[in-house]
Design a protein around this ligand. Sequence first.
Ligand SMILES: Nc1ncnc2c1ncn2[C@@H]1O[C@H](COP(=O)(O)OP(=O)(O)OP(=O)(O)O)[C@@H](O)[C@H]1O
Length: 761
Amino acid sequence: MPTVRTVVRFRPLLEKELDKDVIVRADRVEAGKPLTLVKIPSPKNGAEEFSFAFNSVYEQATSQEELFTAEVAPHMKALFQGLDVTIFAYGVTGTGKTHTMRGGLRLAERGVIPRLLSNVFRRGKKITKDTDGATMVDVALSYYEIYNDKVYDLLEPPEKRTPAGLPLREKDGKTMVVGLSERSCEDLKDFERLYIEANNNRVTAATKLNAHSSRSHAILRVKVTQTTGDMVKESTASAIDLAGSEDNRRTDNGKERLVESAAINKSLFVLSQCIDAISRGDKRIPYRESKMTRILSLGQNNGITVMILNLAPIRSYHLDTLSSLNVSSRAKRIEVREIENEIVYKQAPRTNSGLGGISMLRQPLRPLNNAHNVHTGTLAAKAAEKAEKADKPVKAFAVYTDKKPSVATRTIIAPSANTSVPRQPLQPKRPSETTSDTLPRPSKLARPTGQSLLRQPQPVQIPQSPPKQISITPDQIEAMVEKKVAEILASRAAAEAAEAASAPPPAPVAEPTLTTPTTPTSATASGTQNEISEEVKRRLEALERRIDSESRADDGRSEGLRLLLQARQAKEQGDDEGALALYERALPFFPGQAKLLGKIERLRVKLGVVVGDNGEGGRVVVEGKGKRERKGRVSGDEDGEYQDGTEADIDEEEDVAGRSPVRGKGQKKKVVRVGGLEEEDETASPRVKQLLQIVNSKDLVLIKGLHGFGAKKAQDLVDCLTLRGDEESGRVESLAQLRTLPGMGGRAVERAFEGLAIAAV
Ligand SMILES: Nc1ncnc2c1ncn2[C@@H]1O[C@H](COP(=O)(O)OP(=O)(O)OP(=O)(O)O)[C@@H](O)[C@H]1O
């Protein structure tokens, strides 16, 4: 049974970062217990605080040694017993991933990777000694990066790379990277030499592409082979410095960067799905859905996975931090307050009060809930960025390498040596971005200069700054939006199709799409799972075709998209009137677009401006459906965005398409219980059937309409049903079975049932 630990590490404040800007804190469930909670205020309402649970939380002062001792060292024994150990560093650029994995040159600053190697060599040596030489331990390294979904060998010079990267092949049920080199490693000095050289390769290659190495996943694979006579035991430790998970809306989104982001987001999304699946104990782990997880065989071999979420605890990372937290602790997320509570929504037009100050300005972007960032908002991003100008962290220490020249002096104490090393297939390894010593970390090209990060949860750039220069075509924007939506949905962020406005695409946002990489899917069994995988693949392929295709002439929608984005920003800032005006101006560019019409109508109703025909012949929300109803909704509407952790704004789909027959969650009707659920359960009454039918429809809108369901809960259920798709046809056959699903305790089922009962009455 594979296991996973998800832990958080706060990085200390860097120069120029102030204590007063610290907004994230570690906490305990109760006095005397270890730190396992991360608390962070809501971006929209500072009085509200979100809480996320992890296996462990490490505060700023945590040293490299402490982290290694607590989170990695305990698994070394298992590694030598034959289990695979995989350690990821996840987080936004500048939060300390590279520091955590690679670390600095000084002994105390060495990160997980050199410590891991040191430990491996030491243990290997000891085993050989303890067995009087009967057991030989060989260590071999592979180090590769995955950039734009292509695999490149970092142990080979960049000149040897081919544009297509290294192909994958299945062999004996395992995925191999064809042609990936593997180097025998005798001791720590050996490792150091290889590692530094490889990191230099990574930087050089990235530079040639005018990219930044942080935009790739760097995967170091350490293969440990223990040979005793004829018996060979092999296991691997993989250490992955993941690509930054930042919000592209806050970066310079050139076409290349968007393509990069699409690849990064896709793989990070699948990774989070795998982590979730492992932590839930699912039999099926979707590791084949992305190249990285597939090569790693993540969650197989009873492996142990440790996900270290790196966070910068300051305000300028607010939204990105929320996004990361959402992704990393999905299964454990806890809302300190009922964020789905309608009251939250009713409050004044979220003027972004809470946090006050700067941080609020940049609210147009929602916490990407999870989705590892994908974003579309090119325009807003640019504008916002300029305004933000956050100080980016600079590497404050000499990083364990990357720098061509440097290195020479690293004095790492090399413990022992091992035997020779056999050659073997690959394993992932990821070149992290390198960096060098004390120099400021190479800023991501995508970002504005010098400082590497732009993150600043800053407030929005307001509506009217329409940075006109869209560097990508509408189709590409559309494609990215579509992808984002998929991720958002899948990540359960409830809110649904938010991107709608910006994405006129037809894509039925609703599916819990697994952003599948182009790679083949695993042998997903039957039924739903397969269908979904196919559907996801189909969509992804379509997206990728679009992204890769030549830029097409702007068909005139650029202007419309720009207006939509501005409108969305305005709305997020509480400027409903401005938003309405902008949406109306955008309408001619998307005549008849249902989602857009829905937005306009809702705003009209809300502002008391109008109601009725919109002149487009499209459906409009009719009186009585406006404000009143919106208040009652728990999520899925603009007001719920943040609470839901969703990035997009709204869910016009339901409103436009008509509500489900079941009552909306927000509606405060009294529950009149008709007949005990207990009785109904076994008898499969019409109401039970109706409930199961809704559940099995996997229709977000319908499920959200169930009593007691919010957007998140609905999405969780859909995801859960999807993931178990191949089992039992993915259908839930009884209420008892429904109760066994994650998040569907007896009370939840009862409430949903009661809601139906009322409806029936
Ligand atoms: N635990 C820590 N102690 C001291 N400094 C740290 C720590 N974590 C991060 N830093 C510093 O913060 C800055 C950013 O860290 P780092 O480069 O590791 O981030 P990153 O997440 O790897 O970013 P990128 O995605 O750009 O590679 C660096 O200057 C680094 O030295």
